[in-house]
Design a protein around this ligand. Sequence first.
Ligand code: PAF
Length: 292
Amino acid sequence: MNSRTEKPLAVVRTRAALQQHVRTWKAEGETVGFVPTMGALHAGHLSLVEKAKENADRTLTSIFVNPAQFAPGEDFETYPRREDDDLALLKAAGCDLVYLPAVAEMYPDGSVTDVRVNGMSDLLDGIYRPHFFYGVATVVARLFLHAQPDVAVFGEKDYQQLQVIRRMVRDLGFPVRIIGGETRRDADGLAQSSRNLYLSADERRAAGAMFAALHRASVRLSQGALPSDVRSEAQAHLLRSGFASVDYVALVDQDTLAALPDDAPVPPGTARLLGAAWLGRTRLIDNLSVTR
Ligand code: PAF
C-alpha cells in the first residue's frame, strides 16, 4: 500500500490555507497535481485522482459547485452534494488535500471578471448552454490561481470542456500541464457522471444506448461511411431507445472542435464524435474518438 494513503486527508476551505499547503510542498521541491470537481464523486473522478498521483508528487482535489456554469432553471440547487462521502472516497484514494471553498472565496463580493474562450465555447454544448463554458473557464482560471498546480487532470467525458481549458491555458500562459483522463464506463457503456444519479430505473436501462449509438457510429465512420448518414442513424437509434430528443450528434476536428464536412468520409487521422441527448429530464453527453 502507498504509505501516503495512510495519512489523514487535509481539508481546507480558504485560499490562504490552500496556499500554505502548496507553498510548503513546493518549497520541498514537490509538484502538485490538481483535480477540479463539483463533488458527488464516482469512479471516473477517482481515476482522475489516480492520474494526478501518477503525474505529480502531491494530489489536490477541489469540490466546488460553481454557480457561474448553471443558467437559471438548471440544476444548481439540486446538484448532488455529498461532502462526507466525497471526503471518504478521496481519503481512500490517497489524495493529499481537498479544497472546499465557499462561493465568496471563489467570487469575492463585487467580483465582475470573467474568462471567455471565444468561438470554441459557442459550439456544440455552447449552443444549448450558452453560459456554460464561460462559467467553467472563469472558475477554472480562478482555481488555478488559488491552487497554482503543476498539472491538472480533466475527464475526456467532458471533451469540449477539456479542449476549452487547454485553449485557455495556452492563450493565457498558465504554467499548468493539462492531462485528459479516459472516460470510465458502466458495464453497458454508459459514461460515469454525477448526473446519472438523476436517472430513474427505466431511464438507466435506456441510457446505455448513448454509448451504443456513438460506438456504432464511430465504427461506421472509421470504415468510410458518410457522416450525414451516420449522424441520422445515431439520432434514430437514440430516439428508438427511449431518448426524448437529441441536441446533437456531431463530428468535429479533435483539437479545434470545428465541424467536419457531412458529405465526405472522415479524413485520415483522428476526429471526435460527440453526442448530447435528453432522457426524461436528464441531459446526457458522451464522445468517442474516430480513427481512420
Ligand atoms: O467538470 C466539472 O466537474 C466542472 O465543470 C469543473 C471543471 C470542476 C468546473 O467547475
